[in-house]
Design a protein around this ligand. Structure first.
Ligand code: GLU
Length: 449
């Protein structure tokens, strides 16, 4: 099923799998990038001489630590924390923190690896990193979450800094968690170092549009992909998976651009509402009351809840995977294409399996991989850092326009790079190559470090 690799690259990949056993998601993310790189090595022989591929696949630093905390019953709990500082050739390590029970080194490494190329595509000076813990915020009280975040930051803080490593949120880490972590960082260091974290609240150094940025950005990317085919979002029927931060603001921007979103989901089931998803209700259930999406059906009699359902079986023209890795497999991709889906843009990181990606590419539908389509979140983090560094705060429209320009730019770069390397319309090839070349050139320039 997988695309054949160039012989040398194949050997590199095999060594990587042997040296990083059991880290399946990491292998998958690496393989997907390496599949695009054959023509790059042919064009830039110095990348092979300098072993850039081998170097880029090895994190610069990996930190794994114990996170002890006490729950509300005063029982001691132990979690495992991670920060993988993957690549700092073009800027400080930058990438989110994920709190989810599925987190282990292989997940953080796949995310950190993807982040290198995503961040490079934004055109901003940010390197790649990722972190998190196998902590499950679901069902925990605010106090438990606070104690966990404080313990997590007590170790992590010594590895961070404005000029070193700047985390943000990801799954399970939003404004509440970042607040507790920033508070603890400030207490430990006695410094109000705004630039050490992004995704901060508006009253304490955060940027307008950061909350919306990943979802809005993914929709801008979708708009550009459709425009390249002479089409638009107006009147399109859309399905969005998930109902967290990325899904919510994907739905919001789709609706603003005239599309109709008829389904969303969480890990328990799917909501189908043919009249169009009531976004205010989703926001209240998920952002304010932290409830399950199943409760949506109690407020709308004409909506259907499918427990354990598969959101990709809902026929649509536009699909936006916005939940988590490998949530859309080959069968789902065939179902989508068979039902007339013409475009997919990924708000989540690596949500489509390699088999699913192949189905989309073979069907020649517009397919925007996460490292291009969801770069709006981290790009707006970089805008937040700019505001913090200049002690300024920009208005909503001004910031949103910058986000729009960045996403339009990423679309153009990935499109043009794919064309240059003989893969017209293939944004996977375009994103992998454009991101890789930018980082690889910087690595060559910085010498063997
Ligand atoms: N976690 C987000 C991502 O996957 C955002 C990272 C950031 O803002 O640093 O890109």
């Amino acid at each position: 099923m997988a695309v054949a690799l160039d012989d040398k690259i194949e050997a590199t990949y095999r060594r990587l799998v042997a040296r990083n056993p059991g880290e399946e998601e990491f292998h998958q993310a690496v393989r997907e990038v390496l599949e695009s790189l054959g023509p790059v090595l042919a064009k830039y022989p110095q990348f092979a001489e300098q072993k850039i591929i081998e170097r880029i696949c090895e994190p610069e630093r990996q930190i794994i630590f114990r996170v002890p905390w006490q729950d509300d019953k005063c029982e001691v709990q132990i979690n495992r924390g991670f920060r993988v500082q993957f690549n700092s050739a073009i800027g400080v390590y930058k990438g989110g923190l994920r709190f989810h029970p599925s987190v282990y080194l292989g997940i953080i490494k796949f995310l950190g690896f993807e982040q290198i190329f995503k961040n490079a595509l934004t055109g901003m000076p940010i390197g790649g990193g990722k972190g998190g813990a196998d902590f499950d915020p679901k069902g925990k009280s605010d106090n438990e979450v606070m104690r966990f975040c404080q313990s997590f930051m007590t170790e992590l803080h010594r590895h961070l800094g404005e000029y070193t490593d700047v985390p943000a949120g990801d799954i399970g880490v939003g404004g509440r968690e970042l607040g507790y972590m920033f508070g603890q960082y400030k207490r430990l260091t006695n410094r109000y170092e705004s630039t050490v974290l992004t995704g901060k609240g508006i009253g304490w150094g955060g940027s307008l549009v950061r909350t919306e940025a990943t979802g809005y950005g993914a929709v801008y990317f979708m708009r550009e992909m459709l425009a390249a085919r002479g089409d638009s979002l107006d009147g399109k029927t859309c399905v969005v998976s998930g109902s967290g931060n990325v899904a919510i603001y994907t739905i919001e921007k789709l609706q603003q651009l005239g599309a109709k979103v008829i389904a969303c989901s969480d890990s328990n089931g799917v909501i189908v509402h043919n009249k169009g998803i009531d976004l205010d209700l989703v926001k209240r259930l998920k952002e304010v009351e932290r409830r399950r999406i199943a409760d949506y059906a109690g407020f709308h009699k004409d909506a259907e809840y499918l427990p354990g359902g598969n959101v990709w079986q809902v026929p649509c023209q536009v699909a936006m995977p916005s939940a988590t890795q490998n949530e859309l497999n080959g069968r789902d991709a065939r179902t989508l294409v068979g039902n007339g889906c013409i475009a997919v843009a990924e708000g989540a990181n690596m949500p489509t399996t390699p088999e699913g990606v192949k189905v989309f590419l073979d069907a020649k539908i517009a397919y925007g991989p996460g490292k291009a389509a969801n770069a709006g979140g981290v790009a707006t983090s970089a805008l937040e850092m700019q505001q913090n560094a200049s002690r300024d705060s920009w208005g909503f429209e001004y910031t949103e326009k910058k986000l729009d320009d960045i996403m339009t730019g990423i679309h153009r770069t990935t499109w043009e790079t794919a064309e240059e390397f003989g893969a017209r319309g293939n944004y996977v090839v375009g994103a992998n190559i454009a991101g890789f070349i930018r980082v690889a050139k910087a690595m060559v320039a910085l010498g063997l470090v």
